[in-house]
Design a binder for this molecule. Sequence first.
Ligand code: SF4
Ligand code: SF4
Length: 224
Amino acid sequence: MPIEDWLGALAQTDHSATDGDLESLSGRDYPFLPDTCVCNQIERLSGHLGHRHNSVRREVIAYSLYIRQVDLMLQSGPRGFCGGRCPSPPAGCCNSNHFVIMNVTDIMNSQNSPVALHMAHMIGLMQKLESSHHGLGTAMRPGYCSMLAQDGCTLRLFKSPRCAHFMCEGLRQEMLRESGDAARTFLAAMKDVESTTISSPASFSSQAVIDQGARLFSAHLPQG
Ligand code: SF4
Ligand code: SF4
């Protein structure tokens, strides 16, 4: 499994914060992830990031668990539309460097919290590692987003909030046609995060996306 391979390959520098990270993060609800997967992801990222910057490190690990779930939801159905009926092939919406966490509007925002800025920096560093691991042996696709390989995005845990939540109008209409109101509330939650100016840790993710996604994609929840 590529994500587990990457986590397994991540350099481990310091496990002194791992028990605390597990205690703080593993008891939360991750409806799309088995417990073993949650614990492994926390342990490997904690061991890589080390003991400094406690609150930022935990926010970054929590973000990776959140994005992994969003990715699983989209894989369970919507990406079929992207693969077969995208209105703008070959790169679809990966037409520019949307992986960048904070755009000019975010950076110019006077309300920025230091934790959000630090998170953006730490996630940016993790993106480089993740992309170079998943891109190994695969040609990148020049002229589009620099995280885009010939076989798709090289980020799974550390996509930017805008990338992870973006759904074009064609895909939104298709989901509404297929699932009606259940899709409507999910799409509204996704749009909220995608269009939010990033200024605090809360603007990176949304519990409503997980809750509405768990309803819409319930057939894809792990069996207990
Ligand atoms: S979201 Fe829309 S533009 Fe982006 S890859 Fe999917 S179908 Fe294409
Ligand atoms: S980070 Fe990935 S999903 Fe986002 S634009 Fe780049 S290739 Fe596409």
